[in-house]
Design a protein around this ligand. Structure first.
Ligand SMILES: Cc1ncc(COP(=O)(O)O)c(C=O)c1O
Length: 327
């Protein structure tokens, strides 16, 4: 790894350059992606939960969501059963319809594109900055401008097998879906400037970026909606799990309903029983089964925030992961 690359990585992710240089100089050292670190207390926390009747949507979920609001400063946090589902609910909340266009990055885990395809929308890939691995914001601005000018000019950005190439109309450009690759947030000043110029929503895939920062702001809060993931290779784990954060009241309500079969959050208890007896849930939207289980959450609360309190900075863990790949 060149010094320049180490320097750029350190500058962009706020890592300690001496720390990075020491690792780089070791040359052959293998640095593995994080693996789960479970203690007896974590195992006990899971047992405590499964000894209660509240195995899903219980008090631990609310505590987990509150902890996320506190950590990120976001107004709402919505626990879901994977990062992918979290991203999918954001795409739904953005009002994406079949044929709509979302701009995203090709350098990601496959689910940031799959969630676009789930809605039969069109992912337009914008290449990445070779230094950061994140979406190139100049290209992004160019792509959005071209896409706003009609199908002929837009054609070079469209997937080769894009169905409407014979047509003269393009779907609406609805949203940007940048990914904070390996914990390093993309350049949100520019992304948000493009979004506000063209009235687009920004869905921040911060599945790899819990604890990352951009100009003093926390990853996950840099767009309209942000999503974290808790698969075992992430900074903290619930086994499977994810968390959406947003300041948008209406979108939060909508996503809370969607995670639970479309059932509105206040349609609980008696109302829910009544609705089921009457042969239908009070669902205005077709929702997912996206709830996170209580035992997953207990595990997360125990492990995740313990590590944070002990000062293990996720960006350091991720920085190590990135270096491991390059060395
Ligand atoms: C960038 C990115 N997006 C989305 C996801 C999906 O998260 P999950 O595996 O929890 O569905 C991941 C997880 O690996 C990821 O790295």
């Amino acid at each position: 790894m060149s010094c320049l690359r180490v320097q750029s990585l350190a500058y962009n992710s706020g890592l300690d350059i001496l720390f990075l240089a020491r690792i780089a100089l070791k040359g052959s050292m293998k640095i593995r992606m994080s693996s789960p670190d479970l203690s007896d207390a974590d195992r006990q926390a899971v047992l405590d939960v499964i000894n209660t009747p509240n195995l899903s949507m219980g008090p631990k979920i609310a505590a987990f969501e509150r902890a996320f609001c506190e950590f990120t400063g976001a107004k709402h946090a919505i626990g879901v059963n994977s990062g992918t589902v979290g991203l999918h609910l954001c795409v739904r909340a953005a009002g994406v319809e079949a044929g709509d266009i979302l701009l995203t990055t090709p350098f990601s885990f496959v689910s940031s594109t799959n969630v676009i395809l789930f809605e039969k929308a069109v992912p337009v890939f914008v290449d990445v900055d070779p230094f950061t691995g994140n979406i190139d914001t100049e290209l992004l601005a160019q792509a959005v401008e071209d896409l706003s000018l009609g199908v002929e000019i837009a054609r070079k950005w469209l997937p080769r097998r894009f169905p409407p190439v014979n047509r003269h109309d393009l779907g609406a450009v609805k949203a940007l879906l940048p990914v904070d690759v390996f914990g390093q947030p993309a350049d949100y000043d520019l992304i948000n400037a493009v979004a506000s110029q063209y009235n687009l929503l920004v869905i921040e895939d911060s599945c790899e970026a819990l604890g990352g920062e951009y100009k003093g702001r926390v990853a996950g809060t840099l767009g309209d909606y942000g999503v974290f993931a808790f698969y075992p290779n992430k900074q903290i784990t619930t086994g499977e799990g994810g968390m959406i954060v947003t300041d948008d009241d209406e979108a939060a309500d909508f996503m809370r309903a969607l995670r639970n079969h479309g059932l509105h959050p206040d349609a609980a208890g008696v109302r829910l029983c009544k609705a089921i007896i009457q042969g239908g849930l009070e669902a205005e939207e077709v929702g997912d089964e996206a709830r996170i289980t209580l035992s997953q959450t207990a595990h997360h609360l125990q492990i995740g925030f313990r590590n944070f309190k002990h000062g293990v900075r996720p960006d350091v863990i991720i920085g190590i992961g990135v270096l491991g790949m390059f060395l």
